[in-house]
Design a protein around this ligand. Sequence first.
Ligand SMILES: C[S@@+](CC[C@H](N)C(=O)[O-])C[C@H]1O[C@@H](n2cnc3c(N)ncnc32)[C@H](O)[C@@H]1O
Length: 261
Amino acid sequence: MSAAEQVVKAVREASGLAISDSRDEMIELRLFPRLRALGADLEGYARAVAADERERVHAIELLATGHTAWWREAEHFDDLQQRVAPLLRARLDRGEPVRIWCAGCSTGEEAWSIALCVRLCLGDATGVAILATDISGRSIATARAGRYPAEQLAPLTPELRAVAASPAEDDPAAVEVRPELRRLVSFARHNLTGAWPMKGPFDVIFCRNVLVHLLPEARAQILGRMATLLRRPGTLYLGQAELLEPGIVPLRQLKPAIHVA
Ligand SMILES: C[S@@+](CC[C@H](N)C(=O)[O-])C[C@H]1O[C@@H](n2cnc3c(N)ncnc32)[C@H](O)[C@@H]1O
């Protein structure tokens, strides 16, 4: 087995990631920043990844796709506002908490968009808690900082942008997420293929554009576990492009990427 294949195997076993292009030269290219920082060659790096959990996490971060955006796949936010928000409002009016999980949140844009949506439909949203998790500690650190280049909020209307963020004092090209949204979200590093310390039930789970990058057996296991953590009624949003095998989601399908318990 080549050194690149050894790294891919270790990453796959640790995260469930199915690396779509695992040619040796592609793997070396994506690992290059880390190899250069360590002054290591690929063989030495493969040994480090095998021996050290923290190095495996670095390799996962470099080989996982973290692409995300504010208000991505807007139809989910429409559904959250129109169909789901009245259910959440009813819970809050009864004094019951509302819990939302954003799994595979990357650098935070998705979690902050959910918080924005919640704020728009549920006002100050006291009683709502959003948990946002990702396997990448670096992504979680960026997410938690809540600071983005202003142009990244372009998918939002000016009114929504003003509710979501304010200009950074030290940089006119940057914005910072407003405290009203920060109050709603907590971030944590979490591997979906490892132990799940979080307790359900969740009213809503977003797990969009994550499973498509994982091995089929990891997907099925994660979906089964998510289904058991969903409250009845509850909603699971997957990515629009996630054409999962028929029957793999153990929930009722409302629309292609919207599943309900
Ligand atoms: C393409 S991004 C999707 C981000 C966001 N959900 C969205 O739709 O915009 C996929 C994210 O899944 C994360 N990820 C991959 N494998 C994971 C695992 N086993 N556990 C948790 N997160 C994982 C990656 O680190 C990456 O941030």
